[in-house]
Design a protein around this ligand. Structure first.
Ligand code: P5A
Length: 430
């Protein structure tokens, strides 16, 4: 993509309304624009990140045996009256009336809807287990939308829902999702720690929140340093993995257990703040019973399925990643979800050899690179490339170009390499 032809409106000034780094940087790097309180439009570079994260989430959900569906954003109030949550949900629910005076709502989550779909389609014990997910916009009329996409009102969530015949099955579904989540976060390039959590609005008695560590996080967290090692995914067997994840101490301040904490050696105690990027719940028959969804068992008896639900804050992740990975100059994207793998910085627009090398690189790198071909000073190009946080910058100036040499900069480390065009290309593509 050519920067001169793109809508990537970078800002030099810090927007006054943004209190934390990720919000400032998302606005300054031209990823999003606020359209109303807690409601954002995603511009081309921001959407590329959102789509790359969604794709990793999707691949790991599929690999864990969940099937993708797409449910609507608008739901009928009657569905929520069946579970009893219509009145209980309170002011966070955006309630809508259509032209026929029918009561609708913009979905804050989909437990009711997926249970209704299953009830209409699934009659026999032979048709379970199932796990269904979608990646869809949600609306929660938060009292205090803040920190940009971290606490928005409209936000993108991956939500999965599992249906099993018994508790043992439901627990396996829960464990598989926990493993899928840890793989997902690892592939995205961030550390997220699973912590015992309260179940809140969703209900049930077993829940974990996944927290990305960042000083500006909304939750206080306590955890065993063993989680920092990053090699926590050594187990491939679901049971062994779950055992490993849940025996190491990790809790948010709401669930902090002083007795258990006291047993951890001091040198392994870590206290900090976290951003909740996902949460998983086991809640048994709460919705299947209240909404009368039962399948027929082998002996003709009625079985109310055991359920769980599993959320990832896809749009929140974008902010959380930036919160965890930035410096004074800008964003430092992990390779897997950067809007562009590399930027090409043309330092002498109009110099035949420089232009030629840049065009060549642009063609070979394809759509996953951003070519800064603007009529701008070199300083402005350097600053914008650091701000936007591309993992690689290929800097092409007339002096090097004359000798077929470019400079390659790694954003995360600041390392610089003088390389031939071919070697630079190979390194970026490696
Ligand atoms: C699990 C999936 C649920 O809603 N039902 C379906 C369950 N869980 S949750 O914890 O309430 O939400 C899941 C994740 O969504 C993100 N999230 C938000 N992101 C941005 N702005 C918000 N206002 C917001 N609210 C929730 C979080 O990452 C949360 O873990």
């Amino acid at each position: 993509m050519r920067l001169s032809q793109s809508l990537i409106p970078t800002l030099k000034e810090t927007p006054a309304e943004a209190q934390i780094a990720s919000h400032r940087l998302m606005l300054r790097a031209g990823l999003v624009r606020q359209m109303a309180s807690g409601i954002y439009a995603w511009l081309p570079a921001g959407l590329r990140v959102l789509n790359k994260i969604s794709q990793i989430v999707r691949e790991e959900q599929d690999a864990a045996g969940a099937q993708e569906v797409l449910m609507p954003t608008i739901q009928s109030a009657d569905l929520w009256r069946e579970s009893g949550r219509y009145d209980a949900y309170g002011k966070e629910m955006l309630r809508i009336t259509d032209r026929h005076d029918r009561e609708l709502l913009y979905g804050p989550t989909n437990e009711e809807m997926i249970t209704a779909i299953m009830r209409d389609t699934t009659k026999s014990y032979r048709d379970l287990p199932r796990n269904l997910y979608h990646i869809q916009w949600k609306f929660r009329d938060e009292v205090r939308p803040r920190f940009g996409v971290l606490r928005g009102r409209e936000f993108l969530m991956k939500d999965a829902y599992s249906f099993d015949l018994d508790y043992e099955g439901a627990l396996i579904a829960y464990k598989k999702m926990m493993l899928a989540y840890m793989r997902t976060f690892q592939r995205i390039g961030i550390t997220a720690i699973p912590m015992r959590a309260d179940t809140g609005q969703i209900g049930g008695d077993l829940s974990h929140e996944f927290h990305v560590l960042a000083p500006t996080g909304e939750s206080g967290v306590f955890y065993d340093a063993a989680f920092e090692a990053g090699d926590s995914l050594t187990a491939t067997d679901v049971e062994a993995f779950y055992e490993q994840m849940t025996t190491m101490y990790a809790a948010t301040d709401e669930k902090h257990d002083l007795d258990a904490w006291a047993k951890i050696p001091d040198e392994r105690k870590r206290e900090g703040r976290g951003i909740e990027v996902g949460q998983i719940f086991y809640f048994g028959k709460k919705y299947s019973e209240s909404m009368n969804f039962a399948v027929t068992g082998p002996d003709g008896s009625k079985i109310f399925p055991e359920m769980g639900s599993y959320g990832i804050g896809v749009s929140r992740l974008v902010g959380a990643i930036i919160e965890a990975r930035h410096d004074e100059a800008g964003i430092i994207w992990p390779d897997a979800i950067a809007p562009f793998r590399a930027a090409i910085l043309n330092l002498r627009q109009g110099d035949a050899v420089t232009d030629q090398i840049c065009n060549d690189l642009h063609e070979k790198l394809g759509a996953d690179c951003l070519y800064d071909d603007r009529e701008e000073r070199a300083g402005a190009k350097f600053a914008d490339a650091d701000l936007m946080g591309h993992p690689w910058q290929i800097i092409v100036g007339p002096r090097g170009a004359a000798n077929g040499v470019v400079e390659l900069k790694r954003r995360a480390t600041g390392e610089r390499f003088e390389l031939s065009v071919a070697d630079a290309l190979a390194k970026v593509l490696a």
